[in-house]
Design a protein around this ligand. Structure first.
Ligand SMILES: *Cc1c(COP(=O)(O)O)cnc(C)c1O
Length: 383
């Protein structure tokens, strides 16, 4: 089966992990801060806080921004459930902003409209989480302008977008956001097995996330609120979690980060090849030409076909050994969110996007001959 996504792990990566396994530290050693520094340098942010998943990093980001019971977080419905669940962990309310029909990204016009209504009702959000669907950045300048007008904070869910850029700057530089979160799950741009990170330019937010990542405990002399009992002393200052990344995962991440540009180049080449070879089929293809400094990280290649044919085409692909996927079942239609009052029909653009979507295989190791098989099978299925 040709999967829709797959990690690239080679001998260098394995050697980097083995080196840590032979060292004194499996966790809380030198590899995690090294990976964090490299990630921050790559993205052009001041700080990076590594975590054991993007889900944990989203939770830390919400806590650091003070999200609590009664507060509201808005995100896209066309995403993985974690983008919304982070608010529920904090006891906050979730609402969704519909997406743009072409990009699948949270739409600035829809956001503005919803903010205008919320202002009248006294129900403005504390945090908005734009999701860079498939690896292409949302209109962050537009979202930031609204943040300044309506007073909300921004967490970019960039789980798909490490290696992409927006206005010529790397996604993760946090030029327009408070915090940017990445995932290192194996299908994402680089992997640490499980893993994630939160990037920020704000030293206070970075410090809060680092504290909450490790039980709310600090040992830093400068951060102590009471007199030290001695060299063994530590203080628990808040109710934190164990959301730490291990050192061997960070070593893998560091090794992978060195290959990221090559991974993205290969993904982009394959995406452009899909665009060229699928042109003319009854399918809507993602825009391939990157313009004005905006470059997708090409996490996913999502084509859209007539909703009535989607299930049959999906089955034909799987029957031919092509592990296509569907991104995403709109979060508000999940049973958990329907029990909170959401209904099918609430976010019509995301729902129609979902009904038509199929993600074709796209990953650095996808061979040209395999891609040709995907193209030929899809063409036959759509004929
Ligand atoms: C994968 C993903 C996450 C969660 O990442 P984990 O590292 O698996 O916790 C969150 N948001 C989006 C958009 C994702 O694709």
């Amino acid at each position: 089966m040709i999967p829709y996504g797959h990690q690239w792990v080679d001998e260098d990566d394995i050697a980097a992990v083995v080196e840590v396994l032979r060292s004194d530290w499996l966790t809380q050693g030198p590899a995690v801060p090294r990976f964090e520094a490299a990630l921050a340098a790559y993205c052009g942010s001041a700080h990076a806080v590594a975590a054991n998943s993007a889900t944990s990093a989203l939770h830390l980001a919400c806590l650091a921004l003070g999200l609590g019971p009664g507060d509201r977080l808005w995100t896209s419905p066309l995403t993985f459930v974690a983008s919304a669940n982070c608010a529920r962990y904090c006891g906050a309310l979730v609402d969704f902003v519909d997406v743009e029909p072409h990009s699948g990204n949270l739409g600035v016009a829809a956001l503005e409209e919803k903010l205008r209504v919320a202002e009248r009702c006294g129900s403005l959000p504390k945090i908005v989480v734009p999701v860079h669907f498939a690896g292409a950045s949302c209109d962050m300048a537009g979202i930031r302008a609204l943040a300044e007008r309506y007073g909300f904070r921004i967490i970019e869910d960039a789980a798909h977008a490490l290696g992409g850029s927006y206005q010529g700057m790397p996604v993760g530089c946090c030029r327009y956001s408070d915090i940017t979160v990445f995932s290192f799950h194996p299908v994402k741009p680089i992997t640490t097995g499980e893993g994630g990170a939160a990037l920020t330019n704000d030293p206070i937010l970075a410090q809060r996330m680092a504290l909450l990542r490790s039980h709310g405990i600090t040992r830093a002399a400068s951060a102590l609120t009471e007199e030290s009992h001695g060299p063994w002393y530590y203080e628990q200052q808040a109710l934190g979690f164990n959301y730490r990344m291990t050192d061997f995962q960070a070593a893998l991440g560091l090794s992978q980060l060195g290959k990221l540009d090559e991974f993205v180049r290969r993904r982009r080449w394959l995406a452009c090849r899909y665009a060229e070879k699928l042109a003319g089929l009854p399918a809507q293809l993602p825009l391939c030409g990157d313009s004005s400094g905006d470059a997708s990280a090409w996490h996913l290649y999502v084509v859209r076909i007539a909703a009535a044919r989607r299930r049959a085409v999906f089955s034909l692909l799987h029957g031919a050994g092509i592990g296509a996927q569907v991104h995403y079942i709109p979060v508000h239609t999940q049973p958990y969110y329907r029990a909170l009052g959401f209904r099918v029909g609430d976010l019509p653009v995301a729902e129609s996007f979902y009904a038509q979507a199929i993600s074709l295989p796209l990953y650095p190791g996808l061979a040209t001959a395999e891609q040709d098989r995907v193209i030929a099978t899809l063409a036959e299925a759509l004929a």
